[in-house]
Design a binder for this molecule. Structure first.
Ligand code: PMP
Length: 357
């Protein structure tokens, strides 16, 4: 019988999102640990979800045609080049399953999102960690780390947990410099927070080695429903569809996601409100001696004097009922990642950090 050996990275999952179990049954807990949208989903998405409940005995669509058409219309992409998955986690997983095997290497950046490593290990491939420069993606370091075995290069832009991002010129230089068999995966989980950012769509239109992943878990406020999508050259999307199960997304999740992406006014409102609160929070913490890099996403990476101070502040916040993310596992022991909440949440977290300081 085959022995299934747990891979080291998979053990990190419990730490990776500080999920619902941390808040179950407790009152007045402020969860700022998972980069969720404090405003929740749009009313249109909630209503679509409720309507879908009438048809729960029906299997969902297998090709996600309506959702892909809606995404394509909003983002001006060809629906034939879109694939939908159970969160963007599943798209990351499909990429590793389809393109990375035991002799292959998968590159991710030093502080990059944990799923890249976990999915690479699950596919039997070797994750290769590349240093960043002052918490910003270093394209030269990635290119230097590439070898004939590199199959995938994962890069979140904006990056989680740093919140920093690199520009279109750097992305192009990276895509152009990769070895022949390598695919650049631009993870756009936070792309919608950056007004006017195309998440790599123009690059994908020109090249055959670039893919983007996107999610409904962040700005669209649908993390609980687990919907994400990918866009890339048709040849790659076709391969990913071969490792996708036919009914990977539920009908209610599909309906809510479709309504959410169509509600572009609500998305813009969430983006603008996030930017306002983020600048306020970053400014308030900086005045208390807790700096952060300029964030382009819906969280800030607050830097403390050292690991002990970060840990002590985390403990104080927990005591006050505020959950933020320790990022020691991301090699950032002196930092705490704090999701940008609504106005009262930002005031509450700033007040608690002020008490600590
Ligand atoms: N990529 C990045 C950079 C993320 O931060 C996250 C969620 N924390 C994901 C992907 C996965 O999101 P989901 O599976 O909910 O779409």
């Amino acid at each position: 019988m085959n022995q299934i050996t747990p891979q080291p990275g998979i053990m990190d999952i419990a730490l990776y999102e500080g999920g619902a179990s941390h808040v179950a049954g407790k009152s007045n807990v402020l969860k700022l640990s998972s980069n969720e949208n404090p405003l929740g989903p749009s009313d249109a998405a909630r209503e679509a979800f409720s309507r879908a409940v009438h048809d729960l005995h029906r299997y969902p669509s297998t090709d996600h045609g309506a959702l892909r058409a809606a995404i394509g219309a909003v983002w001006k992409l060809n629906p034939e080049q879109i694939i939908c998955g159970v969160g963007s986690d599943e798209i990351i997983h499909f990429l590793c399953q389809a393109y990375a095997g035991p002799r292959d290497e998968v590159i991710h950046t030093e502080h990059g999102f944990a799923m890249y490593r976990i999915s690479a290990l699950a596919a039997g491939a070797t994750p290769v960690e590349v240093p960043e420069r002052e918490r910003v993606t270093d394209v030269d370091a990635i290119l230097e780390a590439c070898s004939g075995r590199t199959r995938l290069v994962f890069l979140a832009n904006p990056n989680n947990p740093t919140g920093t991002m690199i520009g279109a010129g750097e992305l192009r230089r990276l895509a152009e410099g990769l070895p022949r068999k390598a695919i650049l995966v631009l993870d756009g989980a936070y792309a919608e927070y950056v007004e006017g950012y195309d998440a790599g769509a123009a690059l994908i239109a020109e090249r055959d080695n670039v893919v983007m992943t996107r999610t409904f878990s962040k700005i669209y406020g649908l993390g609980g429903l687990r919907v994400g999508w990918g866009h890339g050259p048709k040849a790659i999307i076709d391969v990913l569809n071969r490792v996708r199960g036919p009914f990977n997304l539920s009908s209610a999740a599909l309906a809510a996601a479709q309504a959410a992406v169509q509600d572009t006014a609500y998305m813009a409102k969430c983006r603008d409100e996030n930017a306002r609160q983020r600048e306020w929070l970053a400014g308030a913490l900086a005045e208390m001696g807790v700096p952060s890099d300029h964030s382009t996403a819906n969280f800030i990476l607050a830097r403390f004097a050292d690991a002990a101070e970060a840990e002590a502040c985390d403990a104080h916040l927990r005591n006050e009922g505020i959950l933020v993310r320790r990022v020691a596992g991301y090699n950032l022991p002196n930092c705490l990642r704090i999701t940008v909440g609504d106005e009262s949440a930002c005031r509450r977290v700033a007040h608690a950090v002020g008490q600590f300081k």
